[in-house]
Design a binder for this molecule. Structure first.
Ligand code: SF4
Length: 470
């Protein structure tokens, strides 16, 4: 199977010429051969869950970025990045999580470490900066992020946080996330540990049928759509972690009956910590596509063993589906036969996307993720049509090649995949941090169909398709 990606260098079209640099000119580095599979072609489990290969130019981001994107939607907390100003580029603009109240999370603060701090240490600068910011903004908690250079020079961020917490009387949490320690996924774990340091600090009474929503970041207000569904079912949502998140609700999260985990890649670890310490069960859901959205509601009603709640969920699903089906049929009629390439952070989202695309007649020809597990990839393999390329922790060269080979009409991914699509003259749908339209829930499914239609069918792509140079 993998042999088919061994390209004869003499025949290379310009984007791939000279890449690989080995006999045969393969676009796949030898060590990555087992991280690619083709549905229906073999029974082998894809090799995944491992560090990125040096030189492969992985699409994964650093540990600090992973911790930052998970934590910073907590909107009444102060987020201070201890490091050079460049690290602070991960701002609200990169993941536009909305807040229904305070918006402190939209401000990006950095200690802006300079050469002098690197030589003599940056702890005092950090302490003074944090003190000034806490006094000025009166946050409910503060997260202090360590970046690569802090890991190298060895500033004691924990000690600074302890001193600040004592002096200011709010939780001040050290997020030990030097970028070089691993990849974005390791940053998720650091974020979970940091959130867990807040949990259990208050004990406010809440209704018995309460859940925490883990792993929704309220992009384009998606969380608010979900809250409405749960409200209609009679489910109380206690803490939203971390979209539209508040320090007090998170501190009270241990009192909920259930953790409902969407972005499992980022939040499974927090659910595990809460299960181990507070015995709170969790369930994995997805809010993308009709099927998964409906299952998410039914599963919660099933958990509470509440017939009335289940009836309300059924009624809601019935109403929403009958409202949206005519619109989806319209898109399906026009999109049938189109092919999509999917490359996203978490594999669970990829699974939902495959199902959602099928609903509007679009075939997924490439499905990949940065952080999938063997179980995720097995599920993808079963779900996808024969011949679909399945890839773990891919890179721009592989993705460009796969997309061209499978003649995809649209690429669905995140901020780092957008230039890949546009460089090869392909329509792109942002299904990640930057999106401005909600794509979750029933309403989101209609928006998704609309976006796929507008992008895949746009006449502009026939003018931008790159022609291989001679
Ligand atoms: S890799 Fe290091 S220097 Fe780069 S953004 Fe991440 S923490 Fe900052």
């Amino acid at each position: 199977m993998i042999e088919k990606y061994k390209i004869d260098k003499t025949n290379l079209s310009s984007p791939f010429r000279g890449l690989g640099g080995k006999a045969g000119g393969s676009i796949l580095l030898d060590e990555r051969q087992l991280q690619v599979s083709v549905a229906g072609a073999n029974e082998r489990t894809i090799d995944c869950n491992k560090a990125s290969l040096a030189g492969s130019v992985s699409q994964r981001a650093c540990v600090f970025c992973g911790s930052r994107v998970v934590l910073y939607p907590i909107s009444d907390a102060l987020h201070l990045i201890h490091g050079p100003i460049g690290c602070a580029a991960y701002t609200w603009d990169i993941r536009g999580s909305l807040s229904s109240g305070p918006e402190l999370h939209r401000l990006s603060f950095s200690t802006d470490l300079q050469e002098r701090d690197v030589i003599f240490g940056g702890e005092t600068k950090l302490y003074n900066a944090a003190l000034e910011l806490i006094e000025a903004h009166k946050p409910k908690a503060a997260f202090i992020y360590s970046t690569c250079i802090v890991g190298v020079i060895g500033d004691d961020v924990e000690r600074a946080c302890r001193m600040l917490e004592e002096k200011m009387g709010i939780p001040v949490i050290a997020v030990e996330a030097p970028g070089f320690q691993g990849s974005k996924k390791d940053g998720y774990k650091v974020a979970c540990e940091s959130i867990f340091k807040l949990v259990g600090r208050v004990n406010n009474p809440i209704p018995a049928k309460s859940i925490n929503i883990l792993g929704d970041f309220n992009l384009a207000g998606e969380l608010w759509i979900l809250l409405e569904y749960y409200k209609k079912m009679g489910v109380h949502v206690n803490a939203t972690i971390t979209g539209d998140g508040r320090v007090e609700a998170i501190s009270n999260a241990h009192n909920a009956a259930l953790n409902v985990v969407q972005c499992s890649g980022s939040m499974n670890y927090l659910a595990k910590l809460m299960k181990d310490t507070y015995n709170i069960p969790s369930m994995r859901v997805s809010y993308f596509g009709i099927e998964d959205m409906s299952d998410a509601l039914y599963d919660v009603a099933r958990f509470f063993k509440d017939d009335d709640m289940m009836d309300k969920a059924r009624e809601l699903v019935k109403e929403e589906i009958s409202r949206m089906m005519p619109a989806l049929a319209w898109y399906k009629e026009r999109l049938t036969g189109k092919k999509a390439a999917i490359y996203v952070g978490g594999a669970f989202k990829a699974i939902s996307l495959v199902k959602a695309l099928r609903l509007i007649g679009v075939q997924s020809v490439i499905v990949g993720s940065q952080t999938g597990t063997p179980e995720d990839y097995e599920l993808i393999k079963k779900l996808c049509d024969e011949g679909t390329i399945i890839v773990d922790d891919s890179n721009p060269v592989e993705l460009s090649h796969f997309v061209k080979e499978k003649q995809a009409d649209i690429f669905i991914g995140g901020v780092k995949e957008r230039p890949i699509a546009h460089k090869i003259g392909l329509g792109f749908c942002d299904h990640n941090h930057e999106r401005k339209e909600p794509l979750a829930g029933y309403e989101g499914m209609i928006n998704f169909a609309k976006e796929i239609y507008a992008t895949a069918m746009s006449p502009v792509w026939k003018f931008t398709k790159t022609t291989p140079s001679p």
